[in-house]
Design a protein around this ligand. Structure first.
Ligand SMILES: NC(=O)c1ccc[n+]([C@@H]2O[C@H](COP(=O)([O-])OP(=O)(O)OC[C@H]3O[C@@H](n4cnc5c(N)ncnc54)[C@H](OP(=O)(O)O)[C@@H]3O)[C@@H](O)[C@H]2O)c1
Ligand SMILES: *[C@@H]1O[C@H](CO)[C@@H](O)[C@H](O)[C@H]1NC(C)=O
Ligand SMILES: *[C@@H]1O[C@H](CO)[C@@H](O)[C@H](O)[C@H]1NC(C)=O
Length: 293
């Protein structure tokens, strides 16, 4: 019985791995815009696109760090590839327009828009204080509203190219997680907005794909330090963090193949997304257990 189940599971896993018909050649000369690309997963997404021959335009607030990332893109990309950057603060909605204007002008259009940046905040419980409420506006501006502004300004370009929007969300966008209430809320909001938009695009037949990425524990510097500052690094025993470059590759592949959703790491995120409505109490108890250890 167990042997049969094991064979079935292995067969399925093997089958799924063969389903990957990602063709890196389609990325040659594609015009890609990536936000939050100075560090972490966004930085690695830039390297993946450069490696596959795409032209890359990256943005975040720190000009000098972006410069280093574009230099590295140039060293791994094509000699005649374009590797450009612009420093901009995504809490300022006028800057979102500036980013898209500049990117589309310098790349000569936009094929893929990868929305990835987030406001850096500490993990903390919600106390309902004035400080908490002030932060609420800021985090919704950076993590949510700017995503909508960026996509809206990019829409004409994406319509022309019949391109793609790739939204980096989180397992916290499928289930509320302790000490991440506001972050979680912004990710739920992204799933709601871009889920609606995908259906509208489909109905209109405008040819723009939307890929929502549900990301689990990834070992970026910021994520790691936030968790250890809050004292929940024991979670890593249950969910060992995956490498940012692996996450980036999964995101790039899913976006290029115009998948509705990407789950990465798959077996850490997909089961939670499926089980949250079936056994919410058990998931809550599990969270309470790992967050209190
Ligand atoms: N790491 C994980 O475990 C994990 C898990 C689930 C989901 N995710 C998602 O994956 C994505 C990337 O996460 P990460 O861990 O790689 O993050 P990260 O290393 O902290 O990178 C965040 C990026 O956003 C930029 N940024 C911050 N504030 C900004 C602002 N006001 N305006 C413009 N850019 C700003 C930062 O650059 P500057 O400082 O130069 O502005 C940086 O490039 C996020 O959407 C996150 O929610 C990550
Ligand atoms: C927002 O950005 C615009 C243009 O990018 C700039 O003119 C304006 O001063 C910025 N606002 C703030 C509050 O920084
Ligand atoms: C809420 O505010 C309190 C104090 O005002 C602070 O200790 C806590 O870290 C804040 N929580 C969040 C989620 O910002």
């Amino acid at each position: 019985m167990w042997k049969k189940l094991l064979c079935l599971a292995l067969g399925l896993a093997l089958g799924i791995s063969f389903l990957d018909d990602f063709d890196p050649d389609v990325l040659k000369g594609k015009k890609v815009v990536i936000t939050g690309a100075s560090t972490g997963i966004g930085e690695q997404i830039a390297y993946q696109f450069a490696k596959f021959g795409a032209d890359v335009f990256i943005t975040s607030r720190r000009d000098n760090v972006l410069q280093q990332v574009t230099d590295k893109c140039r060293s791994i990309g094509h000699p005649d590839g374009k590797y450009l950057h612009l420093a901009a603060d995504m809490s300022n909605m006028s800057s979102t327009e500036e980013v898209i204007k500049e990117a589309s002008a310098r790349l000569g259009g936009i094929d893929i828009l990868v929305l990835n940046h987030i406001l850096k905040i500490n993990m903390a419980t919600w106390e309902g204080s004035a400080a908490n409420l002030t932060l609420l506006d800021k985090i919704f501006d950076v993590n949510f509203k700017s995503y909508i502004h960026l996509s809206s300004h990019a829409l004409p370009h994406l319509q022309t190219s019949r391109g793609s929007i790739v939204v980096i969300s989180s397992i916290a966008g499928k289930m509320g997680l302790p000490a991440l209430s506001m972050y979680s809320a912004t990710k739920f909001a992204l799933n709601g907005f871009f889920g609606s938009l995908r259906q509208e695009f489909h109905t209109k037949g405008c040819g723009i794909s939307i890929t929502l990425c549900t990301i689990g524990m990834i070992g970026t510097e910021n994520a790691m330090s936030q968790m250890s500052d809050y004292g929940v690094q024991d979670v890593w025993k249950w969910f060992p963090p995956a490498q940012p470059e692996e996450a980036a590759l999964a995101i790039v592949k899913g976006g290029v193949q115009r998948f509705r959703e990407v789950f990465f790491p798959y077996f850490q995120t997909k089961p939670v997304a499926l089980l949250r409505d079936w056994i919410p109490g058990i998931l809550d108890a599990f969270n309470a257990f790992i967050y209190s250890n």
